[in-house]
Design a protein around this ligand. Sequence first.
Ligand code: SAH
Ligand code: DHB
Ligand code: MG
Length: 222
Amino acid sequence: MPAETWNAVDRYLADLFHEPDPILDAALVASVEAGLPEIAVSACQGKFLQLLARSLGARRILELGTLGGYSTIWLARALPKGGRIVTLEADVKHAAVAAANFSRSGLSDVIDLRVAPAIVTLPLLAVDGSGPFDFIFLDADKPGYPDYLPWLIRLSRPGTVIIADNIVRDAAVLDPAADDVKSQGIRRFNELLAAEPRVTATALQTVGAKGYDGFAFIVVNE
Ligand code: SAH
Ligand code: DHB
Ligand code: MG
């Protein structure tokens, strides 16, 4: 089944289930205009994350990898009154685009954008009272995933749900000799995850507007 078919079906589903959304559209347009890579989640994936966070009643959400803030806006809209999302971004240019998108979305008050490498911010979150988080979306640099996992568990409570994006990478994850550091990081992450006694995890493959990829679904144990 060719990628054009996945795209066509993704468009069909997005058109069917989603209202026109000028704020999310503007966030993508601003991201493209600023030259950001087009690697945000798809509309269906964004709404999936939003519904998951909403169904969990998540009041505190953590995201690693903001880019232009597209997924952040989907997630921020899941928050109940008094809820908050912390989103971590290392690239100052990406963060500036995201901040402008947040202010256009009217959601700046509930979004705490931290501009630094995630490995620098994560220990701060452990001591500044931002956690524990109810829902975490891991979508930052892939080589960093193995280092982030212990911090994400530390910033969780029993029952916290963690979604990790891009754990298939067009099947590159099957190749132990894959010579790209992203796929190697993901392979190492998947192995650590499978062996981690403090969580229970599974993974799903996805196709659609974002090609062939997948995400891990992780629940933090008692
Ligand atoms: N979640 C976004 C897409 C994120 S793309 C969405 O779906 O809309 C991955 C992002 O991680 C990029 O913006 C990249 O700059 C950022 N990133 C790369 N290295 C990072 C690091 N060490 N810490 C935090 N963010 C990082
Ligand atoms: C890449 C990163 C992502 O978060 C994604 O969803 C797709 C691709 C990348 O760095 O190549
Ligand atoms: Mg991703």
